[in-house]
Write a protein of this length. Sequence first.
Length: 462
Amino acid sequence: MLNKQGDLLDLQNNQTDNGDSVDGQLFAPLADRMRPTSLDNYIGQSHLIGEGKPLRMALQSGKPHSMIFWGPPGVGKTTLARLIAHYAKAQFLAISAVLSGVKEIRQSIEQAKQHYQVYQQTTVLFVDEVHRFNKSQQDAFLPFIEDGTFVFVGATTENPSFELNNALLSRARVYLLKSLSSDDLLHLLDLVLLDNERGLGRQHIHIADDDKLHLVCAADGDARKLLNLLEIAADLIDNDDGKNCINSDIITQVVSGTNRRFDKGGDLFYDQISAFHKSVRGSSADGALYWMSRMIEAGCDPLYIARRLLAIASEDIGNADPRAMQIALNAWDAFERLGPAEGNRAIAQAAVYCALAPKSNAVYTAFKASMACAKESGSLEVPVHLRNAPTKLMKSMGYGEDYRYSHDEPEAFSAGQTYLPPELQNSQFSTSFYKPEPRGLEIKLKEKLAYLQTLNDNFKEN
């Protein structure tokens, strides 16, 4: 929090911003020590806090509003919340939804009230992992956001549209924080190596450019992860050679086992599977292979991708190339028979085939249209000539009468025979559901439908 003189203090671990322990304890971790103390040395999120951006201007004015920070780990959500308190000369309170409940919420509210009464200072209440609070817990903040007891700042890695109450969203503006770019992380890395006070400058560590890139790649857009990896690597330096160098062997040892961000069931999962699906639909074999590899490398079950391919074969390829569905099924079967190594290649083969196959969503569109028609047109009677007549009673009622057996007709087609309820003829509903595209096998199907329509028209004329 901020004391009366405006010094920024952390309520939970009683540390000053520069990482020095107030009670003489050891230094905080490197990632905590390197937290920026002003917007000028905050790295990343230029789309939000770059010069002239509205959020930056609001923070510098010292009049912040309640907000939600949505973004992946290690992109500066907590740091930005601290800076909000710093510029507003406000007390900073932090709670985590993982560890807190209604009791801690009430304590924070009471502490904010008391602080205002004593110091006439507002409070920035930072709620980490806010999406983990249930509806009633989220609702507990609402009246105090409205009456100005505190400025609410929530942080979440999940989509607020799905995880947060509409009532809370209506009172707090949502800001999307992005993963840090490679240039951002390289800049941060160089700053840490040069900083004598909070970073590793006093150790005069050398890292080759290629090894820096290796660290940055392993960090995967996460500043905290980068600094944690760097701190571990610095501890592993062998000073016997006098070079004080973090070499490629050390970095390989440090980054082994690190994974790409991938949260099954979360936004990252659905974003990546969406990118895979759209790559196949867009006939990009390279895109399909890349997103498939990204997901598998991060731990996704390859059979999930195989199942999605099967859906794509039906939805986006359809009758333009019916072989796509069989190839997708074969890849699924091959994975179950061969296991991941060879099985992954079979799925990759199917992904490339589906990406390059002719595309048609005509069946998908036709099915949606027929479902809408069935839902909206009610329980129309089956035409009598299409009904089966297994009993004498049914035959006496005309069931099956006038039905023409297509195999006995020329070209096995009963020209002029109808198969839809008569109420749908000339109604508001379109009964021409399936409209093949001029691609792949559907070119032939389109020609066949046109030919059958000609036979029907000729029958009507005769």
